[in-house]
Ligand binder design. Structure first.
Ligand code: HEC
Ligand code: HEC
Length: 265
């Protein structure tokens, strides 16, 4: 990557993002699940989400605009969609496709078996820096219906190949070098102060970001996300070392503290 190369100004970047969002609007289909609307997606009457397309749509809305539709449980300005791109359908950025059948499963972090609802609560108390969404709340039912719908073609014998993130070699990031990369390749959208312009451009540190108990608060995990998705207008231009460097720099910045009372999630 050439650090001297000019990056888009905030205005151009916002325009580009807005265009990208327009292109994405309305479509949450993917190669694995080619059907485009919940109402036509599934002929199997046994699938509850097929009978409740409105609930599935509501779940997608909460996923895309979490601080608006689950406001009481969100403590920052991040939506699920800011990290799980394209409403949780983009491969290799921890997609929601085919994960419904993987729960309940043992969680190393929690130290016990967790349900999909518990996993969603984990995201609320860590990535959303908020409170656990009650299991019987309408928002939880809607999100589970949406994730079930994204898993409707699930073949248990063959896990979805795009699950999780792409691997990178284990490297050590240099925050000093990362600052140069951040200032030239990231600050135009995420701001020199890391605050972004939410909800269009999400914050990467500070009070409106995820807390220090979140998965993204691990520089190696962030490097895997960033190497594949950022800068949003030119993903793939960073070398693995540069992705580690910029993640190490972001990791030196302040963010909310995880509330240990929520460790159970
Ligand atoms: C700041 C980024 C971020 C936000 C915001 C976020 N997540 Fe995540 N999520 C992650 C990361 C990173 C992982 C991988 C966790 C790990 O490996 O520790 C993950 C994992 C998950 C998983 C498990 C996926 C699997 O394959 O096992 C689920 C389910 C999930 N998130 C749901 C959500 C939901 C629902 C929301 C919104 C309420 C949300 N996430 C918000 C970053 C985020
Ligand atoms: C053109 C604008 C743009 C640029 C430049 C950009 N990003 Fe992003 N970034 C976004 C948007 C928009 C999202 C939300 C996900 C999406 O829609 O792609 C995002 C999401 C993220 C996230 C996860 C959500 C969060 O806020 O924590 C991280 C981390 C991140 N970017 C890091 C970077 C890094 C590091 C760089 C520089 C190498 C960078 N970005 C450059 C627009 C940008």
């Amino acid at each position: 990557m050439d650090l001297k190369k000019p990056v888009p100004t905030l205005a151009t970047a916002t325009l580009l993002v807005a265009t990208a969002l327009c292109l994405l609007a309305g479509g949450y289909s993917n190669a694995h699940n080619p059907a485009t609307t919940p109402s036509t997606a599934n002929g199997q009457a046994s699938d509850p989400s097929a009978q409740q397309p409105a609930l599935v749509q509501q779940g997608k809305l909460i996923f895309d605009k979490t601080p608006v539709y689950a406001a009481a449980y969100v403590g920052n300005k991040l939506s699920c969609n800011d990290c799980h791109l394209q409403s949780g359908t983009a491969p290799h950025v921890s997609p929601m496709i085919d994960i419904a059948g993987l729960f309940p499963s043992f969680s190393k972090r929690a130290g016990h078996v967790i349900t999909l609802q518990n996993r969603i609560q984990e995201c609320f108390v860590r990535s959303e820096n908020g409170k656990p969404l009650p299991v019987d709340s309408p928002q939880m039912k809607a999100m589970v219906a949406y994730i079930d719908w994204l898993s409707r073609d699930e073949d248990k014998a063959k896990p979805y190949p795009g699950r999780g993130f792409l691997n990178l070699p284990a490297l050590t990031g240099d925050p000093g070098r990362g600052k140069l990369i951040y200032d030239s390749q990231c600050a135009a959208c995420h701001g020199v102060d890391g605050a972004g312009v939410p909800p269009i451009l999400p914050p990467v540190w500070g009070k409106n970001s995820y807390n220090d108990g979140a998965g993204m608060n691990n520089p190696a995990k962030m490097a895997r996300f960033v190497a594949y998705t950022m800068p949003q207008t030119h993903p793939g231009i960073l070398t693995p070392q540069e992705a580690y460097d910029v993640s190490a720099y972001i990791h030196t910045k302040p963010r909310p503290k995880f509330n240990p009372a929520y460790k159970v999630y």
